[in-house]
Design a binder for this molecule. Structure first.
Ligand code: UDP
Ligand code: MG
Length: 315
């Protein structure tokens, strides 16, 4: 087999502070692998500008004209990490044998790229990069992540533990990915559901060397919620179970009320009237909320709106 053409996709949103350094390191690793005769010299890295408001695109354009193996893809507006990644993967899949996705801040250790490619050459279709430990994370991020994976497991969502969006996908996996038309994209759930043979590489995640996280708490929570509701009907089941449990409690309470008719000290308390009202009101609103979330998703999905628009490509 000829040396494979490998592409590396890096979504960038307001990343002017990290781009120069990232480009240098990525460029270095690609030339290194080409020199080692492991990958084709047509291999490249593509920086996807997700509608940044800073100098991100200017830097990408400049680097792309300077280095033959660096390309740029500019999206028409900000569509979020997952969609930006998808845009990169689907736009460049025809030019490669496999694509590797990685964040632009290089928090994920790029030295395992070689190992990923070796696995790909040996016939693996999906190589997941998995974090060994979470030493560099803040206490909060570490524990919220732990909770996230536990919750996903409870909700029967099939995701890889401690794996984010750092992975290699072969051409045929990407072809399969292109058949998923969902607007609420959760790649960590979609890729494992595609199948084919998979393997893992392990790495330590580093701190961001510049710039700040584009995933504040609010985005992180909505990402987790999107993951659950895109892959699981479990919350709807909870609604049913809660409803049923309340029904049983009501029957028991009715029995109790009837029995207390025969006892001497009937206190016509307001508590027994008011409390269930508040309780049921709360439960009902909660359940409506969950139903609403799913209806909201259906609403977005039936419109089948395009997930991104491409403004321009450098090459
Ligand atoms: N990102 C993006 N669009 C967005 C938000 C983030 O393309 O709307 C990119 C960002 O530039 C980075 C990656 O997604 O390359 C991950 O973001 P970040 O490093 O801020 O997340 P964290 O590592 O803190 O979870
Ligand atoms: Mg990061």
């Amino acid at each position: 087999m000829e040396n494979p053409i490998i592409g590396i996709v890096l979504p960038c949103y307001n990343e002017e502070l990290v781009l120069e350094e990232t480009t240098t390191r990525i460029q270095e690793i690609i030339s290194n692998l080409i020199v080692k005769n492991l990958i084709s010299n047509k291999s490249f890295a593509v920086f996807v500008d997700d509608g940044s408001k800073d100098k991100t695109w200017e830097i990408i354009e400049k680097n792309s004209s300077k280095h033959t193996n660096i390309k740029g893809l500019k999206l028409a507006g900000n569509v979020g990490h997952q969609n930006a990644l998808l845009a990169g993967l689907l736009t460049y899949k025809e030019e490669t044998d496999a694509l590797i996705s990685i964040d632009a801040d290089l928090q994920d250790d790029i030295s395992v790229i070689e190992e990923m490619i070796l696995k790909f050459i040996s016939g693996i279709d999906v190589v997941y990069a998995v974090r060994k430990e979470r030493k560099t994370d803040s206490f909060f991020k570490r524990n919220s992540a732990l909770f996230f994976y536990k919750l996903m497991k409870k909700m029967k969502v099939n995701i890889i533990h401690n794996h984010a969006d750092y992975r290699l996908c072969s051409k045929r996996v990407l072809d399969s990915l292109s058949e998923f038309n969902e607007v609420n994209l959760f790649l960590r759930g979609i890729i494992p559901s595609i199948g084919y043979n998979k393997d893992y590489v392990y790495y330590n995640r580093l701190e961001r060397f510049a710039g700040e996280s584009k995933y504040p708490l609010k985005k992180m929570l909505s990402f987790a919620w999107n993951g659950i509701t895109s892959f699981s009907n479990y919350p709807l089941k909870i609604v049913t179970i809660t409803g049923f449990a309340i029904f049983i409690i009501c029957i028991l309470l009715t029995g109790y009320a009837l029995l207390s008719l025969y006892s001497e000290n009937i206190v016509p308390g307001w508590l027994s009237t008011v409390l269930p009202m508040y309780f049921l009101g709360g439960v009902q609103l909660f359940c409506f909320g969950i139903l609403g979330e799913y209806i909201g998703k259906i609403y977005l999905e039936v419109k089948k709106r395009p997930r991104y628009f491409i403004d321009k490509k450098t090459k």
